[in-house]
Design a protein around this ligand. Sequence first.
Ligand code: KIV
Length: 270
Amino acid sequence: MSKQTEQVRRTTVPQIAARKGGEPIVSLTSYHAHTAAIVDRHADFILVGDSLGMVMHGMENTTGVPLDLMIMHGKAVVRGTQKALIVVDMPFGTYEESPNVAFRNAAKIMKETGCGAVKLEGGTRMAETIRFLTERGVPVMAHTGLTPQSSHVMGGFKTQGRDEETWGAHIADARAVAEAGAFAVVLEGMVEPLAAKITDQIAIPTIGIGASPDCDGQILVLEDMLGLNPWTPKFVKVYGQLGPMIEEAVATYAKEVRTRAFPGEDQVYR
Ligand code: KIV
């Protein structure tokens, strides 16, 4: 029996693309094998987002995230999962220079992690690169609207499309990445009616984050929705309170150790 027939088949890029206008696509970020294994039972795709720089490594923004870090976390997530499509973010500085540079780094990510697709930020300006990559076997998820890697240019993490006069440019960005061959596009931090309009007007699935419930799917940063980050963006619904749970468990452990109430080897209780 071949390895392929023994295993659960992973969700493929064409299966995600085919969900346009259909059953909403469920996705979350994950950066490590054990949380990815849990998410894998529920999500259609898992993003190893460069948000890991802020969430896992305490960086102020995502611009400092190196390629090797993405590859290291990408490998862990691929190892921990069987079912979901794994998408790995291309970090800042690894794809903007030219389509050739982008291909070299995307191929490295795919070969070393075993992921099924990469994600990169930018609309019209990245269309040529998206076409170059997809024509050479690299599936690309695009990311428009609030693009955190450009936060220095944008003047921070600001909701896009508040001024209706800017809508045309946002719609053109989404159209450009779809026409260039992206199989889906993340719409981050944009006013709800604009995200709904884009979803209506382009042929590939839109994945919203702080955008619109009318998108073809949604994504959240796992640690945000689990209440593990001291600060979460306004739009995030917190589904669990793991931060306080961890605090309480650690405080109880510390107290037991300090008061010599820590159980002995003969008292292990499970
Ligand atoms: O890096 C990330 O986690 C992302 C999501 C916010 C879409 O790009």
